[in-house]
Design a protein around this ligand. Structure first.
Ligand code: AMP
Length: 289
């Protein structure tokens, strides 16, 4: 188990920790406030590589001016205790000043997909995400890096960056970890009151209804409508978006996609506020006919 004193807080300490590792390595990047969703990534990394490196960093660049950067939960000791239950070889937990000693002048342009869905409400979010992912991949140089399907658009953009910039790392996806009642695990769930937590179940429930509608042969418009109607009536939930998109391009699936195959996979994605807390979730579904 990695103790607090063994955590690399600087690039130099990280380099020292990495130099002692032999064999393949897998990176899991997080913002801390770890939960079973993060541990699913760590376990997948553990299976795939000799060494697991976890980064814990609340990245200011990916938060908008009115977002929860200051309030975001931070508890390094609890995070390390949880990581200790799975076992990791190195933890990189830098301060913001270590990561950004000055305003970065060279920036990653995440491209057009970053303007869709999440990007409509959070226009600078994915540029900030890719900036830090690029930096940490450069510092750790892992053989592979694991990202959660929970942040499907982020995962797709990381894959695109790695492909377009010829970055020598294999990106692997891990399915969404949910509570028994279906709520997707998220560090932001800790903001929810007991009532809000129940109200938040409407997100995953709407996705399940959409998935069932697709399984019963409803076309894209019908799937959207079923999920939207449910969310419109859900108490305490203010919808940001509900979208049925192509899982690669994140473009909305149109009503009449002429030469579309008999079965096509799609991503049903939702974002909504429950009280002041913004939550996201998504589900892969199959559209028939
Ligand atoms: P975060 O700390 O929220 O930035 O998340 C760090 C990584 O954990 C990202 O790749 C997320 O997609 C992933 N992750 C967060 N929650 C879950 C979850 N419930 N299931 C699977 N992966 C998750």
């Amino acid at each position: 188990m990695v103790r607090v004193t063994e955590v690399a807080r600087t690039k130099a300490e990280l380099a020292t920790a990495l130099a002692s590792l032999e064999g393949t390595s897998a990176l899991v990047m997080t913002m801390g406030a770890l939960h079973e969703g993060h541990l699913a990534l760590v376990r997948a990394a553990r299976e795939a590589a000799d060494n697991v490196v976890v980064s814990i960093f609340v990245n200011p660049l990916q938060f908008g001016p009115d977002e929860d950067y200051e309030e975001y939960p931070r508890d390094l000791a609890a995070d390390l205790a949880l990581l200790g239950t799975v076992g990791v070889e190195a933890v990189y937990a830098p301060e913001a000043a270590e990561v950004y000693p000055r305003e970065p002048l060279v920036r990653i342009d995440p491209g057009p997909v970053a303007a869709l869905l999440e990007g409509k409400t959070r226009p600078t979010h994915f540029a900030g995400v890719l900036q830090v992912v690029h930096k940490v991949l450069n510092l750790v140089r892992p053989d592979m890096a694991f990202f959660g399907q929970k942040d499907a658009q982020q995962l797709a953009l990381v894959r695109t960056m790695v492909a377009d910039l010829d970055m020598p790392v294999e990106i692997r996806a891990v399915p969404i970890e949910r509570d028994v009642d279906g709520l997707a695990l998220s560090s932001r769930n800790s903001y929810l009151s007991a009532t809000q937590r129940i109200e938040a179940l409407a997100l995953s429930q709407a996705l399940v209804l959409g998935k069932d509608a697709a399984a019963h042969g409803l076309p894209a418009a019908g799937v959207r409508e079923v999920a939207l109607r449910y969310l419109a009536e859900a108490p305490g939930v203010r919808l940001d978006y509900l979208a049925l998109v192509d899982p690669q391009t994140f473009q909305e699936i149109g009503p009449d996609e002429g030469a579309a195959p008999a079965v096509r996979s799609a991503l049903l994605a939702v974002a909504a506020w429950v009280g002041p807390t913004r939550l996201i979730d998504n589900m892969e579904i199959e559209l028939h006919g």
